[in-house]
Design a protein around this ligand. Structure first.
Ligand code: 0X9
Ligand code: ZN
Length: 314
């Protein structure tokens, strides 16, 4: 699979994940996170080097929003580098000695496929909104559906026809439940839980966002979140000169309640929760051309490496 130059179908991604599992010397375990509304498998991979001490975990997901194709593309590209280390980067070994990774490349496979075959700018999942008598309006915005400060009137919508539809209630969507239950299941009792970081990749705008997304208030540890965000943004900049803005979602973008980032931090106890918004800043927007996949992946990978290295020294 050419990860550098092409966006791939859900089917191609599934077979690539099988390939990774089979060629990773036992350090990769594939599992089913859950199933989508239309019944597709939501795949997940755990990358874990054998070790006697319990490692903290980093969860990475992509493809919550269907049309943001650079997100799954980048997550898969980074997965490949973490597992096979094709450039022999010493940081990869260091990072894997400190952390287990849980990678979910396509959380919304139904929406992703629909955006490939029917409507390039589809954003939501593919729920048939029968409960609200709106059978003609399809889909819930998964990033408004998480069960922390859920509020359709705060950056979401009660209208099933809206692109920002929050759902009838929090966790109404199988994709939301799959991610939320998994993240919550890793929550520990001591020092904030074994999941140290959560990165949910979106596009576009070139931001490295941290909570909260539901209020202009900052979390108490905002200075730490900001500091690590700046380390990441500097590393990104050093590759191709792309500028990423670091800040809290509500303050640098807009208020939007029910996001997975707020859920991870607010409910599942994940300290370092971020929503990176990848390339670009609006020239192509969601329809980022394939010749920008490689540079986008390269810079994002530099950011994630710097982020994980900094976390390993915390
Ligand atoms: O609106 C969103 O869900 C994200 N932007 S996007 O253009 N990819 O749709 C930003 C989400 C930031 N986090 C929260 N508001 N919780
Ligand atoms: Zn998005």
């Amino acid at each position: 699979l050419d990860l550098d130059h092409y966006y791939h179908s859900y089917g191609e991604i599934m077979s690539y994940l099988n390939y990774v599992q089979q060629n990773a010397n036992g350090n990769v375990n594939q599992f089913v996170l859950g199933h989508s509304f239309e019944g597709r498998t939501i795949p997940a991979l755990k990358i874990s080097l054998p070790s006697r001490n319990l490692k903290k975990a980093i969860i990475i997901d992509g493809g919550i929003h269907a049309r943001e194709w650079i997100s799954p593309a980048t997550v898969i590209w980074m997965l490949d580098k973490l597992v096979f280390n094709p450039f022999n980067e010493p940081e990869v070994t260091t990072i894997l000695n400190h952390f287990d990774f849980y990678i979910i490349p396509v959380l919304n496979p139904d929406g992703y496929e629909f955006s490939r075959t029917n409507d390039r700018l589809w954003r939501k999942n593919r729920r048939i909104n029968k409960d609200n008598g709106a059978e003609n309006c399809i889909g819930v915005d998964l990033n408004r559906n998480f069960d922390y400060q859920w509020d359709p009137k705060n950056g979401g919508s009660n209208n099933p026809c809206s692109i920002l539809y929050s759902g009838t209630h929090p966790n109404s969507e199988p994709e939301t439940v799959a991610l939320a239950n998994f993240t919550h299941s890793l929550k520990g009792v001591d020092n904030g839980g074994p999941v140290l970081a959560y990165l949910t990749f979106h596009s576009y705008g070139q931001y490295w966002l941290y909570p909260w997304g539901y209020t202009t208030d900052y979390p108490v540890d905002q200075p730490e979140l900001h500091h690590l965000g700046e380390i990441t943004a500097n590393a990104i900049w050093s590759v191709h000169g792309s500028r990423f803005t670091v800040g809290s979602s509500t303050n640098v973008l807009y208020a939007a309640a029910g996001g997975s980032d707020d859920y991870a931090k607010g409910s599942a106890g994940v300290k370092y929760s971020y929503t990176p918004e990848l390339r670009d800043t609006g020239k192509y927007g969601f329809v980022l051309p394939e010749n920008e996949i490689l540079p986008a992946c390269q810079e994002t990978w530099a950011g994630v490496k710097a982020f994980a290295m900094a976390l390993a020294n915390v």
